[in-house]
Design a protein around this ligand. Structure first.
Ligand code: CO
Length: 210
């Protein structure tokens, strides 16, 4: 079957299945959204945000990019963050990396990816700052997965350096910021770091007039 026809057929089957258990499912869902979670994850096709935590439509506000980076000049990510935290008032931000991440593997290599170099440069900087740990590991897969883990911690730290998160922490003591790694080999999640409104923010990055 043609790819597009197959996708539309699957869509119809899915919509019908939802309606079978609740005839008002889409009518209710289309009214509003009130998700408790913002998910920031990798674009990798094997890490479908909703699916791996069993979340239903309406439960997760999602942003995905290559290697789940929080770049402080990325208007796309910052807009998603601002909307989720300030307007939707999510209670949790989940920053999720995954083992075997292609973006991390590319950043550890010396290969030229043209435009992508600019994006991966952020990861190369994380590698550079933690080079002693990464270079002390011999196995390539273990190296990649260690940088995946360190990258999650770094990106969580990038999140708490934003005025968006700091303002929400000051005024509503929320959201919690979670750093997770998804293990593709087992389908299971690992918690690497968790921060909340009482967490320490380095003075250099702290805003006082929020
Ligand atoms: Co990835």
């Amino acid at each position: 079957m043609e790819d597009k026809a197959k996708l539309f057929l699957s869509n119809k089957a899915w919509a019908n299945e939802k309606l079978m258990s609740d005839s008002d499912y889409f009518t209710n869902l289309s009214k509003d959204q009130n998700p408790a979670y913002l998910w920031i994850g990798c674009s990798d096709s094997r890490v479908p945000a909703n699916e791996i935590i069993g979340a239903q439509p309406g439960e997760l506000f999602v942003h995905r990019n290559i290697a789940n980076l929080v770049v402080h000049t990325d208007l796309n990510l910052l807009s998603v963050l601002e909307y989720a935290v300030t307007h939707l008032e999510v209670d949790h931000i989940i920053l999720c990396g995954h083992t075997g991440c292609g973006g991390v593997k590319a950043a550890l290599s010396h290969l030229n990816y043209d435009l992508l170099n600019k994006w991966l440069r952020n990861l190369k900087d994380v590698y550079f700052n933690h080079r002693d740990i990464i270079d002390s590991i011999e196995d390539e897969t273990a190296q990649i997965n260690k940088l995946v883990e360190i990258n999650v911690v770094e990106q969580v730290n990038n999140l708490i350096k934003t005025s968006v998160v700091q303002k929400a922490w000051k005024h509503r003591k929320s959201p919690k910021v979670h750093g997770w790694v998804y293990h593709m080999e087992t389908g299971l999640l690992d918690s690497v770091i968790e921060m909340n409104h009482t967490s320490h923010i380095d003075d250099v990055y702290r805003y006082t007039d929020l």
